[in-house]
Write a protein that binds this ligand. Structure first.
Ligand SMILES: C[S@@+](CC[C@H](N)C(=O)[O-])C[C@H]1O[C@@H](n2cnc3c(N)ncnc32)[C@H](O)[C@@H]1O
Length: 204
């Protein structure tokens, strides 16, 4: 599958970096915000499928979800990708409500509203509604980046990585986000001039 501008897919270099992060860190649970047609989820699943990782990806457009499902099926990666339909901030709030704290990994309760669209039914004994994530890839509405960050922090594993796309291309729109990142003592940040600019935050 090729990166397509009309679906705002990440470019090849950003894809290489994402795949390299997965190869080296092997995060088990990955959360993407902004599925579009599934391009970046598929790239990540190509690697995650090799070590037992799983991608959960959030998208609010039904049309794009349908397209992503077709592309994921065509790539034979349905088993490794779960699409959640809904507004990302709402879905993240529900995920954090169902994952109270890191010391309690027991299953709690399902979020009520988000529509869960498994790429393929999974039967691995894990509850995918109540869990923490080891790597986040955030590539959706820029005005919400700071909210996304705060919500992701609630469901992040210790030392999780958060990767934000478009942090250079949308530098001005993301001024408040950048400021908050720079002053946050719980993270270490690194910004890379790759693709549209990727900011990587590592939880300390
Ligand atoms: C830049 S595209 C994602 C591209 C994708 N990561 C890739 O590289 O293949 C952003 C997508 O996020 C979706 N989106 C934007 N804001 C959202 C939100 N607040 N909640 C859910 N989806 C959102 C858009 O509909 C769009 O499909």
């Amino acid at each position: 599958m090729e990166s397509m501008k009309e679906y705002w897919n990440i470019d090849t270099d950003a894809g290489i970096l994402l795949q390299a992060l997965l190869f080296t860190h092997q995060p088990k649970n990955i959360l993407e915000i902004g599925t579009s047609n599934g391009y970046s989820a598929i790239l990540m699943a190509e690697v995650a499928s090799q070590y037992g990782g799983h991608i959960t990806t959030i998208e609010f457009s039904e049309k794009r979800i349908a397209l992503a499902q077709t592309n994921i099926e065509d790539a034979n990666l349905s088993e490794y990708i779960t699409i959640l339909q809904g507004d990302a901030a709402e879905v993240l709030s529900k995920l954090s409500a169902s994952s109270p704290d890191l010391s309690s990994r027991a299953v709690t309760r399902d979020p009520d509203n988000a529509t869960w669209i498994p790429g393929q039914a999974r039967n691995d004994g894990m509850n995918h509604h109540a869990q923490h994530f080891d790597l986040f890839f955030i590539d959706a509405s820029k005005k919400d980046y700071l909210d996304f960050f705060n919500l992701c922090m609630k469901i992040a594993s210790p030392h999780a990585l958060l990767v934000f796309d478009n942090t250079i291309s949308h530098k001005h729109a993301l001024a408040e986000f950048h400021e908050a990142m720079q002053h946050n003592k719980k993270i270490q940040i690194l910004e890379l001039d790759i693709g549209d600019g990727l900011l990587i935050a590592k939880l300390l």
